[in-house]
Design a protein around this ligand. Structure first.
Ligand code: SF4
Ligand code: SF4
Length: 216
């Protein structure tokens, strides 16, 4: 006695022809495609023996530009304020000469960094740029916090990126950026600063607004 079909045919379902119901022609077609691809150059790299060299537009890890053995950075803090995950922290110091200030220490927490490139966009000195380095490894959270010794890279090695920035950087970016005071909690080291800022924001919020003056 014929049973009920397990999956009733849908209204607009196509009926397979004889060869399609055999499946073998489709299997051989698939094998033929695979053999054709095997003759073509491979896209797969045998990393890490074979390295990939990204294009100039690539955003690898951010690095600080080093010129004549010193950071180009003037420690203005703009990059730290613009960094969405608050990955950048620094302390500036005064120095003799035209530059006046440079970072005493400068850190980027690479576990926080999202490679957005905002730090590069806002930097007025082109002192922090996105490099082509993408293969980062750490064995602890502390190791992931890169200091000046790991961040500094000679300007000559970043020429490709400077050329690319010259052609494509959005010079208006800093003007469009809408600074939010409550987001200015970027320093990971300066815990007391964070606590005092939080207290200040809380007391501001609790202070009742002044009643509107009667002008009549
Ligand atoms: S690339 Fe983005 S997330 Fe990383 S340090 Fe720069 S601003 Fe912060
Ligand atoms: S924005 Fe540029 S100059 Fe300013 S602190 Fe950051 S890296 Fe240094």
């Amino acid at each position: 006695m014929p049973g009920k079909p397990a999956r009733p045919k849908k209204k607009n379902e196509r009926t397979l022809n004889f060869w399609e119901r055999l499946y073998l022609p489709e299997v051989f077609k698939g094998l033929g495609y695979s053999f054709r691809k095997m003759q073509q150059p491979s896209y797969t790299l045998q990393y890490p023996e074979e390295q990939w060299y990204p294009p100039d537009s690539y955003r690898g890890r951010p690095v600080l530009v080093e010129e004549e053995g010193r950071p180009r950075c003037v420690s203005c803090n703009l990059c730290a304020r613009a960094c969405p995950p608050m990955a950048i922290a620094m302390q500036s110091r005064e120095m003799e000469g035209a530059k006046e200030r440079e970072p005493e220490w400068f850190e980027i927490n690479m576990l926080r960094c999202i490679y957005c490139g905002y730090c590069e966009e806002v930097c007025p000195e082109e002192a922090i740029v996105m490099s082509k380095e993408y293969d980062l490894t750490f064995q602890s959270r502390d190791e992931a916090v890169f200091g000046l010794e790991r961040l500094l890279m000679p300007a000559e090695r970043l020429k490709d990126r400077f050329d690319w920035l010259e052609a494509y950087k959005d010079r208006q970016f800093g003007e469009q950026w809408d600074f939010q005071r409550e987001n200015n909690v970027h320093s990971l080291k300066d815990r007391s600063f964070l606590a005092s800022l939080a207290e200040e924001i809380r007391s501001d919020a609790e202070t009742p607004a002044e009643p509107a003056r009667d002008t009549e």
